[in-house]
Design a protein around this ligand. Sequence first.
Ligand code: HSE
Length: 428
Amino acid sequence: MTDPLRLGIAGLGTVGVGVVKIVQQHADLLTARSGRPVTISAVSARSREKDRGVDISGYDWEDDPVALAKREDVDLLVELMGGEDGPAKAATEAAIAAGKDVVTANKAMLAHHGQAMAEAAEDAGRVIRFEAAVAGGIPVVKALTEGLAGNRITRVMGVMNGTCNYILTRMQSAGLSYDEVFEEANQLGFLEADPNLDVGGIDAGHKLALLSAIAYGTQVDFGGVALEGIGQVTIEDINQAAELGFRIKLLGVARLSGRGLEQRMTPCLVPANSPIGQLEGGTNMVVLEGDSVDQIVLRGPGAGEGPTASAVMADVLDIARGIRVSTFGQPARSLVAANRAAVATAAPYYLRLALRDKPGALAKVAAVLSDCGISIDRMRQRSHGGEDAPVLIVTHKTAAPSLQEALEALPRTDVVTGHPVALRIEDV
Ligand code: HSE
């Protein structure tokens, strides 16, 4: 029997406890699969006394995660504290400097410091793996890095924040407002400590930026993700979109073309009968497209104790087996700086306008759209009781600058009241 792989676990929240449980409950299976025992030497968390429902008395305790990372009896730091900087970053850097490998679920840290950390790890002959950072239990990092390694990746797309998908699907099924469902999600404990990480699209944007780096061989460029959260999505738009045969999703899309790297995490309309359109509740879905494989769709739980710990253990087992893949699938110094696309690829758009009900109003709207080079695919005016008529327009493919021009021009007419709503329709 070869030497055990000895873990130091920093962070004993939901995921950390899940990892301890797998190590304890599946010891035989882990040894059989990797050819060596996987053991825990020491753990670290904020409170030593807290009852976590799992026996940690057999492990040494460290108050300081940096001290944990440097211990001689730790081969691999499992970083599950979270947070972009602070203790997570300090412990990860300390582990690499001390010659340990690192497995982390920390998307924020890698989205901001991934390039420097990957370079430091490689210089030290160590690896940093992060399956659990993206889409919880879905093995999407492995799928992109290994399973699709022979493809030129043409598009990465997905719903990668379960909380947002829960909110949007629950608004539709229960006919509730955003604020009502947000509060419900809060009561259910779905939201991150800083809810804006979820509903502001930041958490999902971090995940997309990490997948882009692997897919396109670019340095992680979270700053290049066009981010828009779901706070402005109304039940009215959800219902109108449904009547037109669409669903509204917080959708991430990354693609590299001659125009550069385009990364978006924004509310979009997708066909209701598409796999993404049918995704309900807190589940995640990632769609990967490559020149040889065509398209694969991965669906599964994006958060929670078991699923996220499952992803952590996949990385731990790779390291136990001696599989040492570069953090972003190729040597860190060969990753090139992302060349950001100046504008998004043209797409059809959903527009909702409130229109004064008077002769010629629709003609004025049509004239503005025509002046901006926007062609109408479908248009619908609802019967209405009040002064303003709700008008829905689906455009043909429209360049983003043309849309912007129209959105600025429409409120300047004397027939459009308020601000028009515009949502991109993504071809999924
Ligand atoms: N808060 C995330 C979600 C899980 O709701 O999907 C952690 O990234």
